[in-house]
Design a protein around this ligand. Structure first.
Ligand code: GSH
Length: 243
């Protein structure tokens, strides 16, 4: 199966959670919008498949994935589909639902991280909502990040009682890859806040290191396929928001 991923071509964004799963599994995939327009790629292809897909089931927003005749949108939904196929989800239903629940929690966290720099509207410039962004990111740093990351630390600690070193069961799932990405992104966007927070998150930090050292992930991170963090994505570095 050759998967086709549709996502904005110049940012990691939400597409990165899917890319990491495909990369970790060594899956055959093409990042359609990063291909030249002449080869059927570019944003034009993304927009066409979003608004008028010949197979139906249009997505409201990227990322979405084409797998055969299926077109699947919503990050957590894509990973629910890919997880068992890529060996990144438990086989049993209870385990799959638990992994999906964690993935949906990452979706909530990602939305809050996005809103920390665009609290009023995604269609407005950051500079037009900087004051509100300062207030919102203060709340993110002081309340929401400790609460979310503390939750994932607790999930890891519960699983560690059974001597496991990942979020779910005994093997790496897409939820672990997403925790890796969230820590990497937060370190980029809020380096000072993360330096303060990380001593209380030893299991999250250790998991981040282990995932980053997985051979396929390490080679992906070193490749040009990994788009560098930048101030157009979800994780943006505005020093004034990292007080
Ligand atoms: N809940 C969706 C959110 C998708 C989403 O917000 N995509 C962004 C890029 S990361 C987008 O292009 N949004 C356009 C819009 O909301 O109009 C998911 O998790 O995939």
């Amino acid at each position: 199966m050759r998967y086709e991923l549709f996502y904005w071509p110049t940012v990691q964004g939400r597409g990165e959670f899917v890319r990491l799963a495909l990369e970790d599994a060594g899956a055959d995939y093409v990042d359609v919008a990063r291909l030249p327009e002449g080869s059927g790629g570019g944003e034009a292809a993304l927009l066409q498949w979003m608004h008028d897909p010949p197979v139906g089931h249009p997505s409201f927003a990227p990322p979405f994935l084409k797998a055969g005749r299926r077109l699947i949108g919503q990050t957590a939904n894509i990973l629910l589909f890919l997880g068992p196929r890529l060996g990144l989800a438990p086989r049993d239903e209870t385990g799959r639902l638990w992994t999906h629940q964690l993935q949906l929690t990452f979706s909530d966290l990602v939305a809050e991280i996005h809103d920390s720099h665009h609290p009023i509207a995604g269609s407005l410039y950051y500079e037009d909502q900087r004051d509100e962004a300062k207030r919102r990111s203060a709340s993110l740093r002081r309340e929401r990040l400790p609460k979310y990351l503390g939750y994932f630390e607790r999930v890891l600690a519960d699983n560690a009682r059974g001597r496991q070193r990942c979020l779910v069961g005994s093997a790496v799932t897409h939820a672990d890859l997403s925790l890796f990405q969230v820590i990497a992104g937060l370190r980029y966007a809020f380096p000072r806040a993360m330096r303060r927070l990380e001593p209380s998150l030893p299991l999250c930090v250790a998991l981040h290191e282990r995932i980053g050292a997985r051979p396929r992930i390490a080679s992906y991170l070193a490749s040009t396929r990994r788009i560098p963090f930048n101030n157009d994505g979800i994780f943006r570095r505005y020093p004034e928001l990292d007080a």
